[in-house]
Ligand binder design. Structure first.
Ligand SMILES: Cc1ncc(C[n+]2csc(CCOP(=O)(O)OP(=O)(O)O)c2C)c(N)n1
Length: 286
């Protein structure tokens, strides 16, 4: 349960992260806006409350790990890392330009604070399970937090991982599915491409502890992670009901928000809308 101070800090952080994502992508011809904006609330709960981290010591052995398997949402993670002080905020302006250390997709060999290289959908799932297994063998109690896209779970590799992680009883593996109902070119909750169906039930049938929450309700996310941490004997998944492109009315729930650019006017429009919410959070919460 979050107290007022934590709730305020977490909501303000996620809105600031969203605004940094807009600024980063608006500096380029296009970027993965939709899937970045849908996970900022989750990232804020993780980086500000639930993950054991030391931004001044990114390689700290006792830290929890984050594997953003939908690696195209790297800019949302970069914004969160910069806001936590892993690297200077000014570095965000170098997203995806030649020789940058902030590539469009997460790369642990380039970016301070990125624990795992991802981008080929499905592979991060297996990598996260492997890390969780290694930590278990070493007797460590670090958690591995894995973020999956709802389109991504159409990859068979995710379900090989689900079977393996349950068999190995990887109770320190906590996965999230960003159920924003949209993939690159259509919906995930209809048969038009490949209906993912009842995601929680599917994981449950693989032997996982599964919960479903509103993925923009930071209290619900926090409570679910606390329950997942207390769970013993199997891995956990939290299916997050989210909105792709969340935070800007023009991108919310739009399939075209998967990857898009901004005109100068659109950038100002998006930032103004987000600033209004930021002001509201600053005024509403104690
Ligand atoms: C193996 C693989 N196939 C295809 C792609 C291209 N791709 C990038 S993002 C994406 C859609 C992902 O949809 P989803 O997982 O729902 O992500 P979100 O909507 O949250 O951005 C695809 C197909 C990829 N990165 N990796």
């Amino acid at each position: 349960m979050l107290n007022e101070k934590e709730r305020k800090e977490i909501k303000i952080f996620s809105k600031r992260a969203q605004m940094e994502v807009v600024k980063m992508i608006a500096g380029l011809p296009a970027g993965h806006l939709g899937g970045c904006l849908s996970i900022c609330d989750l990232l804020s709960v993780l980086y500000n409350k639930q993950m054991k981290i030391e931004p001044s010591n990114p390689e700290w052995e006792e830290r929890d790990w984050l594997v953003d398997s939908k690696g195209h949402s790297g800019p949302a993670v970069y914004a969160s890392l910069a806001l936590k002080g892993y690297f200077p905020m000014e570095q965000l302006a170098t997203l995806n330009i030649p020789h940058t250390d902030l590539p469009s997709h997460c790369d642990r060999n380039h970016t301070v604070g990125i624990d795992m290289t991802t981008g080929s959908l499905g592979q991060g799932a297996s990598l996260a399970a492997g890390v969780a297994n290694g930590m278990k063998i070493d007797g460590r109690d670090n958690y591995v937090f894995l973020i999956l896209g709802d389109g991504e779970i159409q990859e068979g590799q995710v379900w090989e991982m689900a079977m393996h992680a349950a068999s190995r009883k990887l109770e320190h593996l906590i996965a999230f599915v960003d159920y924003n109902k949209l993939q690159i070119d259509g919906r995930t909750d209809t048969d038009s491409i490949c209906n993912v169906g009842d995601i929680a039930a599917k994981f449950r049938s693989f032997g996982w502890y599964a919960q479903s929450v509103n993925g923009h309700d930071v209290d619900a996310i926090d409570d679910a992670i606390t329950l997942a941490k207390a769970n013993r004997g199997c891995p956990s998944v939290i299916v997050m009901d989210t909105v792709k492109g969340y935070g800007w009315s023009k991108s919310a729930n739009q399939v075209g928000s998967h990857s898009r650019g901004f005109t100068a006017e659109e950038k100002e429009e998006a930032l103004a809308e987000m600033q209004k919410e930021l002001d509201r959070y600053e005024g509403t919460y104690a």
